[in-house]
Design a protein around this ligand. Structure first.
Ligand SMILES: Nc1nc2c(c(=O)[nH]1)N[C@H]1C(S)=C(S)[C@@H](COP(=O)(O)O)O[C@H]1N2
Ligand SMILES: [Mo]
Length: 374
């Protein structure tokens, strides 16, 4: 095929439009991306998060398709372009899209890859936006770079595009699967003595709170109230909680905003233990959970709550929960997104109707199984 695949002549008008479209969509991707994960912006945009999430994914898919355009259409030959002007967006664009796909398809890839993809997706996007700004500036000033090496002017060729796209995808795979940068960082950290892990081990993406700060509570004053449609309502002191049968659960943790943590070891009591204690009546179909932050609530159907992986946890990776992690007691629903895992739990109520939880009232679905989309 070779060169015959390309046409002689001018850039077609639609290529110019595509260029403008790509710039606008990239800016929108950056804005929605920052809104989705940056906690400050995130919390201001709560009612729109779902829309932003879908807009971001939709624009990202289209952005990925536009990267393939040079492979799929006839580009004009003798219309020389600077090599860097194609190489940079194609290689970095492919890396951003590839890491984005890892984040989008929550259940398809291992969580360790996904948590690295989360970091790289951000950093690579910053690099690409920095380049776009530089690119725009030198275009605006018609700056002519020297025409050698990476700055050389080239005729578009399909094989060249393929190589650059492949480089980007391979680069993303190396960063997320082999993790050379993380390995390097860890080996440096183990060299310096100050860099001590705080013992908890789980590198969570963020510690969320919807109130101003993390609520504190003295264990001596802690009470867990379990009531509602039950034969035997109880108020448990902390020592009572500790005396109930406990179990371990090792699971991956996924937040809908994209970050994940692999292999978190939770320790606590199952809901079955609590059910045996309070004996819900026949009318009880739902379990409501309340946080002593005074704002956050959650609700599960009774069968969901009785899934053996659901825990009321008080230890994480062998350590007591830290204050920000929900000390002293939090719910863990491994099969569902993180927002179901309410922290600082101090009241559990059995009821005949569901309760619209904190995030559900703001648009998140009540049933939040990981991988079924939000
Ligand atoms: N009380 C309370 N529980 C909460 C939240 C919160 O803001 N307040 N955030 C939820 C969300 S969205 C997630 S992803 C997880 C995060 O757990 P972490 O803060 O321990 O990382 O906690 C969940 N439980
Ligand atoms: Mo979350």
């Amino acid at each position: 095929m070779g060169k015959r695949w390309f046409k002689h002549g001018k850039w077609p008008r639609w290529m110019v439009w595509l260029h403008s479209y790509t710039i606008i969509s990239f800016v929108l991707l950056m804005l929605t991306g920052v809104a989705l994960y940056a906690p400050g912006v995130h919390s201001m945009l709560i009612p729109y998060l779902m829309i932003l999430y879908y807009v971001h994914i939709g624009l990202g898919i289209i952005f990925g398709i536009t990267l393939l355009v040079p492979l799929l259409v006839r580009l004009p030959i003798r219309k020389l372009i600077r090599r860097l002007d194609w190489l940079f967006p194609l290689v970095f664009g492919a890396m951003v899209v590839a890491t984005g796909v890892l984040l989008w398809l929550v259940t398809v890839f291992p969580t360790t890859w996904r948590s690295r993809a989360f970091t790289w997706h951000g950093w690579l996007s910053y690099v690409l936006s920095a380049w776009l700004i530089i690119h725009a500036v030198y275009k605006a000033f018609a700056y002519q770079p020297n025409k050698e090496g990476i700055n050389a002017q080239v005729d578009p060729s399909r094989r060249m595009f393929l190589r650059w796209l492949g480089t980007g995808i391979a680069g993303a795979a190396v960063l997320t699967v082999i993790d050379p940068v993380g390995t390097l960082r860890r080996s440096f950290a183990s060299l310096s003595t100050e860099q001590k892990n705080d013992g908890n081990g789980a590198d969570f993406g963020a510690y969320y709170t919807v109130t101003n700060g993390y609520p504190t509570l003295d264990l001596a004053r802690y009470r867990l109230i379990v009531n509602g449609l039950v034969a035997n309502p109880v108020t448990l002191k902390w020592s009572d909680v500790m005396n109930l049968a406990a179990q371990q659960e090792k699971t991956d943790f996924h937040c809908v905003t994209g970050w994940s943590v692999a292999n978190v070891r939770w320790h606590g009591m199952s809901m079955q233990t609590l059910v045996d204690l309070v004996k819900p009546s026949r009318q009880a179909k739902y379990v409501h959970f309340y946080s002593f932050d005074g704002v956050y609530t959650e609700s599960l159907s009774l069968p969901e709550a009785l899934d053996p992986t659901v825990l009321l946890a008080y230890r994480l990776n062998g350590q007591p929960l830290r204050q920000e992690q929900g000390f002293p007691l939090r719910l863990v629903v491994p099969k569902m997104y993180g927002y179901k895992s309410i922290k600082w739990v101090n009241r559990i109520e059995f009821a005949d109707k569901p309760l619209v939880g904190y995030w559900e009232a703001r648009g998140y679905p009540n049933e939040a199984y990981v991988g079924r989309g939000i």
